[in-house]
Design a protein. Structure first.
Length: 224
């Protein structure tokens, strides 16, 4: 499976100058936050692919008007074509806006997600907005990572954790990929194509849980 990762800035190639071939052979699109609702709605309609997302710290508008036709992963484990995704949006608290959390608050969210992870038999891709501590985060208060993401990776060993929040144009030292234990941590800034290896036990599973495919088809057919 191939996933097109997006985050933080709307890619002109995918919006202003959109052409279907620029999506490559992506099977789905994953937003790691801080993107306009209209951008996600455009992609789910024009790309003819499912769009999963978590909110970033600047996505307060999602509370009243979430991106229509897209699937919110926040605090959920969703299985799509045999791949198990966990979403944990938001960043480290540095003011009082929505989608910001203290370390303790995010740690509680991680612990609550543990039941879903165990029920699913594990997790393959963790989708966050903030980075884990020491894995592509920055030292300033607004862009520090979460220690509890390290604990999550230690315990469940997901093959991938994808995040946004840290813009790669901040400085030349911002990494695209970092390895932590058995997990590859990827900064999804603007756009990045990720290939997710198929699990042996997932072969033949072509339908998402929770009726995602039916909802996505209903939205795209209505939007044409």
């Amino acid at each position: 499976m191939k996933a097109l990762l997006i985050s933080d800035v709307e890619s002109p190639a995918l919006w202003d100058y959109f052409r279907p071939e620029r999506l490559g052979d992506a099977d789905l699109i994953i937003s790691c936050g801080d993107l306009k609702r209209e951008y996600l709605e455009f992609l789910v309609t024009m790309a003819n692919r499912p769009v999963f997302y978590v909110p970033g710290n600047h996505d307060e508008a999602y509370v009243k008007t979430p991106p229509e036709g897209c699937e919110n992963l926040d605090d959920r484990v969703v299985t799509y074509r045999g791949v198990r995704f966990l979403g944990l949006g938001g960043c480290k608290r540095y003011n009082q806006e929505t989608y910001q959390y203290t370390e303790d608050e995010m740690a509680r969210r991680v612990r609550r997600a543990g039941r879903q992870i165990r029920k699913a038999g594990g997790v393959d891709v963790v989708v966050t907005h903030a980075a884990p501590t020491g894995c592509g985060d920055r030292p300033d208060p607004a862009h520090r990572g979460f220690d509890c993401f390290l604990s999550l990776m230690d315990r469940y060993e997901p093959p991938f954790l994808v995040h946004g929040h840290v813009h790669m144009n901040y400085d030349r030292d911002v990494p695209r990929r970092v390895t932590y234990g058995k997990t590859t941590v990827i900064n999804a800034y603007e756009r990045y194509m990720l290939e997710i290896p198929e699990r042996e036990e997932s072969r033949g599973q072509e339908r998402p849980q929770s009726g995602l495919r039916n909802r996505w088809r209903k939205w795209t057919s209505r939007s044409r």
